[in-house]
Ligand binder design. Structure first.
Ligand code: SR1
Ligand code: MG
Length: 410
């Protein structure tokens, strides 16, 4: 396994490199107009599992961020091919979501021949996962990051749902967002392999493996994941981000307003976007906040852990309140009864719990790990991974978190 950030193999003939970027930019007036090409400083900074990302710094202070889809999964290398068309699906999702929410890293240019996106310069922001891993807070209440993200999910999901669109455009929009290749990848790594086993699964300690074996032999746990998988495969409610974990969000603490910190929050990387169950985006978001809470707890940062646990609920309530308000203003009130939204929110809530359980399971057991857990020393890792796995059973089988979700210590 080569790992994210590993050297990139140029298998397509159109693979950008640090050295080739000035020539690439100079040949494209739309991009050359965005930066001073002469004297450019370029660095490859991609730390995700699939793509490469370049930050180009111009002498005049302007930056350009380029993301290129590779014809394979970067985490593994060319032995796992993957079409670069995912970049087109990402550009499509960004444009639709950015029209509905200002919490989106926008795209300024898309090159369909080289599968390159030029993205809004957010180099003054930090990836939320790194921000949390470093022990920083993310605010609380209405202006905190969790609430902002909950409202963002409501805005983009409501705006692309059958409540905001007429029936035919809705169906055409769902068809235009079909993303079979990446949905199949998600199906495998989130819904199948952690529960049914796979050669590419691994855990960092035999004590954790014992619990994995126990869970995989538990029909209630596996069955709940299979139900979640069916929901993922069959429900088409809205255009999702499709991979809304804490590595897909940039944050920056902005100026305080009346003593209350304001946050710039921008989602990015929606290459897994598709029409799916709204709880999938919320579930991934909540799962990664919970993992961050567990990490804080094992590190003895109990106040932050409690705050992050509260944030899980805040993300949901901000989403539900905004979704409710949008429904009250719906364009076609005669088509849906006033209480329609309550039943729908109950279904989204149940989906969210189950998807969070699947996401947390895969982050311990499956191929795509998270630094929140992987960077812990062994004993803390064992405690944290065990706690995360136990919480997956609460979410998947019991339908919610226990009151004492963070009652463990090293
Ligand atoms: C091949 S690894 C798959 C994961 O990487 C992406 O970041 C998504 O989270 C996906 O599930
Ligand atoms: Mg990503």
């Amino acid at each position: 396994m080569s790992g994210a950030g590993a050297p990139v193999a140029a298998v397509s003939g159109r693979t950008l490199t640090v050295a080739s970027i000035p020539e690439y930019l100079a040949a494209r007036p739309e991009l050359a107009a965005q930066i001073e090409v002469a004297g450019l400083q370029v660095a490859e900074v991609g730390d995700g599992n699939l793509n490469q990302v370049f930050i180009c710094r111009g002498r005049d202070g302007r930056n350009l961020v380029l993301k290129q889809a590779l014809p394979y999964v970067r985490l593994i290398g060319p032995s796992w091919p993957m079409t670069e068309e995912r970049a087109a699906r990402e550009a499509h999702a960004i444009r639709i979501h950015a029209a509905l929410s200002d919490r989106v890293c926008s795209v300024t240019y898309y090159d369909p021949d080289w599968f390159v996106l030029a993205l809004e310069d957010l180099t003054d922001h930090t990836v939320l996962r790194a921000h949390l891993n470093e022990g920083n807070d993310i605010g609380s209440g209405d202006n905190g990051v969790a609430a902002v993200l909950g409202r963002h999910v409501a805005d983009v999901c409501y705006g692309t749902s059958f409540l905001a669109m007429d029936p035919e455009p809705f169906r055409l929009a769902a068809a235009a967002a079909v993303n079979s290749e990446l949905c199949e990848l998600t199906e495998d790594v989130i819904f199948t392999e952690p529960f049914l086993g796979a050669d590419r699964n691994s855990v960092g300690d035999p004590r954790v493996q014992e619990l994995v074996d126990e869970l995989q032999a538990d029909p209630a746990w596996v069955g709940a994941a299979m139900r979640a998988k069916r929901r993922f495969l069959t429900v088409q409610e809205a255009l999702l981000h499709g991979d809304l974990h804490s590595g897909s969000v940039f944050v920056r603490r902005a100026a305080d307003a009346g003593g209350d910190p304001q946050w710039s929050v921008k989602t990015f990387d929606p290459e897994f976007s598709f029409y799916g169950p709204i709880g999938f985006d919320l579930g991934l978001l909540q799962a990664n906040l919970l993992i961050a809470a567990v990490r804080a707890q094992v590190r003895g940062d109990t106040a932050r852990a409690a705050a992050l646990l509260t944030d899980v609920g805040t993300a949901w309530s901000a989403f539900a309140d905004r979704f409710h308000a949008l429904f009250a203003d719906r364009a076609r009130p005669s088509k849906f009864s006033d209480d329609f939204v309550d039943g729908w929110l109950a279904d989204i809530h149940a989906d969210t719990q189950a998807f969070a359980g699947c996401e947390m399971s895969r982050r311990v057991i499956g191929l795509a790990k998270v630094t929140d857990l992987e960077s812990l020393p062994t004993q803390q890792y064992v405690v944290a991974a065990t706690a995360v796995l136990r919480l997956t059973r609460s979410l998947l089988v019991d339908g919610g978190l226990p009151d004492d979700a963070l009652s463990f210590s090293e």
